[in-house]
Design a protein around this ligand. Sequence first.
Ligand code: SF4
Ligand code: SF4
Length: 236
Amino acid sequence: WKHGGIVGVFGYGGGVIGRYCDQPEMFPAVAHFHTIRINQPSGKYYTTEYLEQLADLCEGRGSGITNMHGSTGDIVFLGSHTPQLEEIFWELTHNINQDLGGSGGNLRTPSACLGMSRCEYACIDTQAICHYMTNEYQDELHRPAFPYKFKFKFDGCPNCCVASIARSDLSFIGTWKDDIRMDQEAVKAYVGGELKSNGGAHAGRDWGPFDIQKEVVDLCPGECMAWDGSKLAIDN
Ligand code: SF4
Ligand code: SF4
């Protein structure tokens, strides 16, 4: 395989990655096997109808193999010939209301965790920020202006489900701004065993009694927790 080379759609400098077979006479059906990146919806929500449209397009004008999703976050269509690229682009933008993603030295498709739409840990509206930034930086996304790729990613909290720290150049991570809230009654019930660890998910084995000092307080890297036997304190 040869990776790279100039291939794409008119007006855009990214979104398609050229792949060519180095034995095209032997394998004409895969003489070209370009990768197409498509901007995924914020939070990766789909209707079945929309997925069917994508699958039909990939099957009709490409290999039918998709990658849901690439590590950048994009919907990826694997394997299409050069003459199909404009056709796919036209269908995407006119019939499926969708756009290409980024590739090469441009802004890569921004991606976000599903954040406030489903996750109780979200501290910021990742989907809204991702949508806004994608629109704001459209030009940088489609027309490579940088010497190297550049990525934004948006995590709603420090659990980092989209791995914004590891996988982007500019990570946005929601943090809790106020004092940490505690339900002292629930903490007590957890220590006393009335509330089961992990909702009872670990009940299949005897792990011994829960030790809040060893399992929670001593693990705090900031050493800012204290347990006096009945009350948990956190120095905010
Ligand atoms: S990063 Fe945080 S807010 Fe986003 S899905 Fe993961 S746990 Fe939820
Ligand atoms: S520093 Fe300690 S109290 Fe603060 S969030 Fe981390 S573990 Fe919790």
